[in-house]
Design a binder for this molecule. Structure first.
Ligand code: BEZ
Ligand code: FE
Length: 283
């Protein structure tokens, strides 16, 4: 049997699959996997190393540590799926990766509330408006936000069982939202497992450009999953998961300690402020 005959035979083995989409995806997967092996002339030792890598990824994966998501992220597959499924039409706000640290049921805060909940970092006033593509306000949109503290750690990485650096709020009648977050700082993706070793072997950094995550939902609109990134930060040009899009880079303006805050909050420290207007796509 020639190499091509083998590929054809495996592809044909899915011909009678009942589900059309399943058949299409599996046959494409077989064609591409076989093409990869042929193109690279993959050796037995290399294939064994690949299986060992995937086995190690499985062993380190738990409910709170998802090594396969990290692998998809550092190979750019997560961002490619975003590009295919969320092409950013109608001037709508662009999407980026979800990442592994989203948690359902983060606490609700009032307008102007603080998402820190004990997470350390420099306060940052974040405000904006949620609209449809015609500029009409989307009232009652649910705005979920989450971010790492200034040690580059998410609450769920501490095993303390306490939520911090995350919350949700709802837009007002004019589609507006505002809250106190933390000025994002750069942090490494979890790099103590096989994906970290892969990056190290490639001479690549595990650092993510500093960012604040958003998930925005409202009836009649497509769910938006995105981040905003800090303008001027050097990691913006070298994000380990390829998540940065130009339209999502926002200036975080610096204010010295003692500068009056937008809501009259008394702060002893310096703080930053940024705005992020969001355009949701109709369903
Ligand atoms: C994050 O933004 O939290 C993240 C995204 C991809 C991989 C690891 C972390
Ligand atoms: Fe993140």
């Amino acid at each position: 049997m020639t190499e091509q005959e083998l590929t054809d035979k495996v592809v044909a083995s899915f011909d009678s699959a009942k589900d059309d989409r399943f058949r299409e995806v599996m046959q494409a997967l077989v064609r591409h996997a076989h093409a990869f092996v042929r193109e690279t002339r993959l050796t037995d030792d290399e294939w064994t190393a690949a299986i060992e890598f995937l086995t190690a990824a499985g062993h380190i994966t738990t409910d709170t540590r998802q090594e396969f998501v990290l692998l998809s992220d550092v190979l750019g597959v997560s961002m490619l799926t975003v590009a295919v499924n969320e092409p950013g039409l109608d001037d709508s706000t662009e999407s980026t990766v979800l990442g592994p640290f989203f948690v359902q049921d983060a606490p609700e805060i009032a307008h102007g509330g603080d998402i820190a909940g004990g997470a350390s970092g420099e306060p940052s006033w974040v405000s904006g408006r949620v609209t449809d593509p015609g500029g009409n306000p989307v009232a009652g949109a649910r705005v979920e936000v989450w971010e790492a503290d200034d040690d580059g750690m998410y609450d769920v990485q501490y095993d303390r069982g306490e939520l911090a650096g995350r919350a949700h709020l709802f837009t007002d009648a004019e589609g507006r939202y505002r809250f106190w977050g933390l000025t994002p700082t750069p942090y490494p993706i979890p790099d103590d497992g096989p994906v970290g070793r892969l990056l190290d072997h490639a001479g690549r950094s595990p650092m993510r450009a500093p960012h604040l995550h958003f998930m925005v939902t409202a009836p009649g609109f497509r769910r938006l999953i995105t981040h905003i990134f800090v303008a001027g930060d050097p990691w913006v040009d070298n994000d380990s998961v390829f998540g940065v899009k130009e339209s999502l880079i926002r200036p975080f303006d610096r204010h010295e300690a003692g500068t009056p805050t937008p809501d009259g909050r008394q702060l002893q420290t310096a703080w930053t402020s940024t705005t992020f207007d969001i355009v949701l796509r109709k369903e």
